[in-house]
Write a protein that binds this ligand. Structure first.
Ligand code: MLT
Length: 309
């Protein structure tokens, strides 16, 4: 009968390519993490994992596609902390992010406040002085409302009292091209999209957003030590499935994710980009579920304090 066919199909999961929706442009931080992990999960699953980039509206559009997809394990979402900021920032969102079926956490990425190479400030104190000068507000590139670059820009405006002109892109990959091309002034973005450009001298680094300095950029002070007391934000990334995805499928994906995160290529590449894969016990549905719920609560309060309604 039909139920036997269903059970057989499920036990063979996956029997065709799996799509991972990255709700941001190709070449950006989420895309970088997704492609690394997808490639490393492929041999374990025995099927290709295909990345589909769908940027726009801070990632809420691509996430919405996954929310509406069949819960059969063939359409997944890889994105970050931003998924926990959609609900408070988009009151009319047509889905509830907390209803995604969790698969597991992937990595937690530090961020860096960076500027175009010819900006008239070479350190955080000089940038703070520049922000105090009257004149046109500096432009800051973001991946749109709800993205983590936008969240960092909000925190920065709140901590400095400065006004910025937000220039939204479909992802911080294209925003970085404009920063390198000196068409925008600033960005606060993940190390996965900033370390190489900083090292190449294509952009300037003003400060890292972590409590301690980071190994890949040892000379860059923390924003906290440069006067923005308590400034801290990092971007955890995770893999989700649509609401109602069966647990056996999520456990298959979690096991493949755990294996991928131990792949030496993934570990090396992540290390060179300033991040590390999460340990096994976090690459699980249960750990992501816990973290997501507490982050929705934490970020809801934070946004109520810093976001101009
Ligand atoms: C963000 O700013 O939220 C991300 O960097 C989006 C992206 O991956 O482009």
């Amino acid at each position: 009968g039909a139920s036997c066919v269903g059970a057989a199909a499920q036990s063979r999961y996956p029997d065709r390519p799996v799509t991972i929706v990255v709700p941001a442009a190709a070449g950006g931080p989420s895309d970088t993490v997704a492609r690394l992990v997808a490639q490393a999960m492929t041999p374990t699953l025995g099927q290709q994992m295909v990345i589909e980039n769908k940027g726009g509206a801070g990632g809420s559009l691509g996430a919405g596609d996954v929310a509406k997809a069949a819960p059969d394990g063939y359409t997944l979402l890889l994105y970050h902390i931003g998924v926990a900021t959609f609900a408070p920032l988009y009151p009319k969102l047509p889905y509830k992010p907390e209803e995604f079926s969790p698969v597991g956490l992937v990595t937690e990425v530090p961020m860096v406040l960076v500027g175009r190479s010819d900006l008239r400030a070479n350190s955080m104190p000089e940038l703070l002085a520049l922000l105090k000068e009257k004149g046109p507000a500096l432009t800051i590139g973001t991946a749109g409302v709800g993205s983590v670059s936008h969240l960092c820009a909000l925190l920065l405006a709140n901590a400095t009292g400065a006004k910025f002109v937000d220039v939204p892109y479909k992802g911080s990959g294209p925003a970085m091209l404009d920063l390198v091309g000196k068409r925008i002034d600033l960005m606060c973005d993940q190390t996965t999209n900033t370390v190489n450009q900083i090292k190449a001298g294509d952009i300037k680094a003003f400060g890292v957003t972590t409590r301690a300095r980071i190994a890949v950029l040892p000379a860059v002070p923390t924003l906290n030590e440069s006067g923005l007391k308590g400034f801290e934000i990092t971007a955890w990334h995770a893999l989700w499935a649509p609401k109602g995805t069966p647990e056996p499928i999520r456990m298959t994906l979690s096991a493949a994710l755990q294996k991928a995160l131990k792949d030496p290529t993934v570990i090396d590449r992540m290390a060179s980009l300033g991040t590390v894969p999460v340990p096994d016990d976090l690459a699980t549905p249960a750990a992501l579920d816990r973290q997501f719920r507490s982050e929705i609560a934490r970020l809801g309060k934070l946004l109520a304090a810093v976001a101009p309604n």
